[in-house]
Design a protein around this ligand. Structure first.
Ligand SMILES: NC(=O)c1ccc[n+]([C@@H]2O[C@H](COP(=O)([O-])OP(=O)(O)OC[C@H]3O[C@@H](n4cnc5c(N)ncnc54)[C@H](OP(=O)(O)O)[C@@H]3O)[C@@H](O)[C@H]2O)c1
Length: 340
């Protein structure tokens, strides 16, 4: 059984779900995958837990629950310095998303690369700000960067797209990439709510942030679209290349008219000759026409035609499970390279 040494930065919903999955699946990881994840460092906003032999995750989850932090104060030491001081194979980055600066995740990922660690992240911020630079830095340092949890939570949209296009030519992508807006549009449709009423309901159910503008104005979908396209086609788009229209202007009358025609309004991110995010009419029986907090992405390939993947777009356990998928891939890549 091969040990993978892990430094985990960010210990909120996703980070704690990952720790729980490590505990739950310890035996399965060893028996099925021949892997023993060994978490040697956890950092949250104010605290630090570190043990070179491996941390007691049960104890740390309990401590976080009781005290709000994972361990002793990290004082003035920047996270980047702490990350570089660990001897981890992989950094798992699950701090909050910041689309403007990419921080603090961006500095964490760069520090890991400089220390020759691979990185798995669920954080879209650093990818939105510096996708190409980070991919290049990973290559330069001979390590790997994976981020399947950043697009679609637990739904393996990036892996699926990669499989679809292997040996074929990807000619287009269309998708519902934001669960919040899909929840809102579905509720407008099912309960005859106005946009404002449906937004309030989404906030009440925990599907929308107090400031939901990044979701409803389409920016979150655009970032995910750019990540998918750049990853699958090795292009260098940024969010500025996406023409974005959100769902604020969608009225009950629009939704009802669509329903009467056997159609539905969904916020569709698409990439063909150009990149766009906009509310569009789609057929109710289109396999991409999902309802509620779901994502659906359609890949158009030259020879094999259209393929659709559908799944929940977020969730702590779902996203943690994507992180594990990425870690297994990195473990295999490192092993194939003969470095571990
Ligand atoms: N939740 C989901 O369903 C989901 C799905 C897909 C992607 N994501 C992405 O995954 C990331 C994590 O999401 P989440 O829901 O787990 O967020 P969360 O519950 O808010 O947790 C964020 C964690 O990051 C820590 N943190 C904040 N600033 C930090 C800093 N400067 N240094 C070290 N740690 C810091 C926080 O520390 P404290 O605990 O001390 O405050 C907290 O533990 C986000 O980027 C999110 O967009 C989440």
């Amino acid at each position: 059984v091969q040990t993978l040494r892990i430094a985990l930065v960010g210990f909120g919903v996703v980070g704690q779900s990952l720790a729980k999955l490590f505990l739950l699946k310890e035996q399965e990881f060893a028996n099925v995958y021949g892997m023993k994840p060994n978490v040697i460092c956890i950092i949250d906003r104010n605290g630090l837990a570190m043990d070179d032999k491996g941390l007691n995750l049960r104890g740390i989850l309990e401590k976080k629950r009781r005290t709000g932090t994972v361990g002793r104060s990290k004082g003035e030491k920047p996270n980047a310095v702490i990350i570089k001081s660990t001897d981890a194979d992989v950094l798992v980055e699950t701090t909050p998303t910041n689309f403007k600066s990419g921080e603090p995740g961006l500095s964490h990922i760069k520090a890991a690369f400089q220390a020759k660690m691979s990185v798995v992240t669920a954080n879209k911020g650093p990818l939105a700000v510096a996708f190409q630079a980070l991919m290049e830095l990973a290559r330069h340092n001979n390590v790997f960067l994976r981020f399947s949890g950043a697009v679609g939570g637990g739904t393996p949209i990036l892996d699926f797209g990669k499989s679809c296009s292997r040996g074929d030519t990807l000619i287009g992508i269309e998708g519902i990439l934001n669960s919040t807006t899909n929840f809102i549009l579905t509720n407008m449709e099912r309960q005859n709510l106005s946009f404002e009423e449906a937004l309030k309901s989404a906030q009440k159910h925990g599907y929308a942030e107090a400031d939901p503008s990044l979701d409803i104005d389409g920016f979150d979908s655009a970032v995910k679209l750019v990540i998918i396209v750049n990853y699958l086609t090795k292009r260098a788009f940024t969010v500025r290349d996406v023409k974005i229209t959100g769902i604020r202007e969608v009225s009950i009358a629009d939704v009802q008219r669509a329903r009467d025609k056997g159609k539905a309004i969904r916020l569709i991110a698409s990439a063909n000759e150009r990149l766009s995010v906009e509310p569009r009419l789609i057929d109710r029986d289109d396999p991409m026409c999902v309802s509620g907090p779901y994502n659906a992405v359609k890949f158009f390939c030259k020879n094999s035609g259209e393929k659709v993947i559908v799944g929940k777009g977020a969730g702590g356990m779902e996203t943690a499970s994507s992180i594990i998928r990425d870690m297994l891939e990195i473990r295999d890549l490192l092993a194939g390279r003969g470095l571990t």
